[in-house]
Write a protein that binds this ligand. Structure first.
Ligand SMILES: NC(=O)c1ccc[n+]([C@@H]2O[C@H](COP(=O)([O-])OP(=O)(O)OC[C@H]3O[C@@H](n4cnc5c(N)ncnc54)[C@H](OP(=O)(O)O)[C@@H]3O)[C@@H](O)[C@H]2O)c1
Length: 288
């Protein structure tokens, strides 16, 4: 039995969708059980909150492999420590942890590096997946201003980032969870190229057939805008720190790990923008 945690999240949802096709026995853990209705048919669903040990214990019954996802909040290291302590007491033989690329050079990846340290010191057999920033962040964070103003905002300057498509992250996760040979391995997951936000704006413009601009803001101005939009201060600071890392060109490495594990080239930004074209078409969204 494979337990997929964070099953309602951006990555967990996609892992669930892809793993169903493998025929593996799967259980999906939902912090908010009302979101479990969206799980693919045939998947067993359970309530799972790392902060409530009894839910974790019962979710772990009969489980051999766990896909471990923590929320991108200040609580991630503490929540994942609680989860790891309970996994350690179970019969699990492999933890596939969704981590992040970036080492200890910014707040978000540093949290994951600490969590990796904890898993290593626990003695649990592990596989670490370290994706770079997700292409789908453009949808989750920027679609509203792209559709209202034909623009998206950031403080990345001309830093290049080898963003990865969540579908590739999920494809690697499914391999690590359903095949042997991945224990003790760390995979750094990137797209096929490192692009600046201005280049991305051009790709999006070409795909949707209208001009979409990237507007670079001074970090203090971006911080104010995010705070005004109601984003919690911890998250704003972590996001700005990540923008700094990008601006400094420290997230530009392109790896071959997606291709090595999946046997096919990672999805590029042009393909991503074509696949999600409708999200950036206000009139088509309104009509659908
Ligand atoms: N965005 C990026 O570019 C990027 C890049 C690299 C790595 N990452 C990392 O990838 C991970 C997942 O990202 P994502 O975009 O999939 O996140 P997400 O969509 O916010 O998903 C987080 C999941 O965690 C669940 N969760 C929250 N609190 C929980 C708790 N106390 N116990 C159990 N489950 C809980 C959420 O459930 P509910 O929906 O019920 O709250 C949700 O399913 C994060 O750790 C992030 O740091 C992100």
């Amino acid at each position: 039995m494979i337990l997929i945690t964070g099953a309602s999240g951006n990555v967990g949802r996609e892992v669930l969708k892809q793993i169903v096709g493998t025929g593996a026995q799967v259980r999906a853990g939902f912090q908010s059980l009302n979101k479990a209705a969206a799980a693919p048919s045939g998947v067993e669903t359970v309530a799972l909150d790392y902060g409530q040990p009894e839910t974790m214990r019962s979710a772990l019954k009969g489980v051999e492999r766990v896909f471990l996802v923590g929320p991108p909040t200040a609580q991630l290291p503490a929540l994942e420590r609680m989860a790891v302590d309970l996994i350690k007491q179970s019969h699990v033989t492999q933890v596939v942890k969704l981590s992040a690329m970036g080492g200890r050079h910014a707040i978000f990846p540093r949290q994951h590096a600490e969590s990796e340290d904890y898993i290593r010191s626990s003695g649990l057999p592990y596989t670490f997946l370290r994706p770079n920033g997700f292409m789908q962040n453009m949808i989750n964070y920027n679609a509203p201003t792209i559709n209202a103003q034909n623009a998206f905002y950031g403080s990345e300057g001309d830093g290049r980032v080898s963003q990865v498509d969540i579908r590739d992250v999920a494809a690697v996760a499914v391999k690590a969870l359903t095949e042997d040979g991945h224990v003790g391995k760390t995979y750094t997951l990137t797209g096929p190229e490192a692009l600046t936000n201005r280049e991305i704006a051009q790709i999006l413009s070409d795909t949707v057939g209208r001009e979409i601009r990237y507007i670079d803001l001074p970090p203090a101005q971006l911080k104010q805008a995010l705070l005004s939009a109601g984003v919690p201060e911890w998250s704003v600071d972590a996001l700005l720190d990540l923008q700094r890392l990008y601006r400094e060109g420290r997230a530009a490495t392109v790896t071959g790990d997606v291709e090595q594990i999946t046997g096919r080239k990672p999805i590029g930004y042009t393909q991503f923008s074509r696949d999600y074209k409708n999200v950036f078409q206000p009139e088509e969204r309104a009509a659908s």
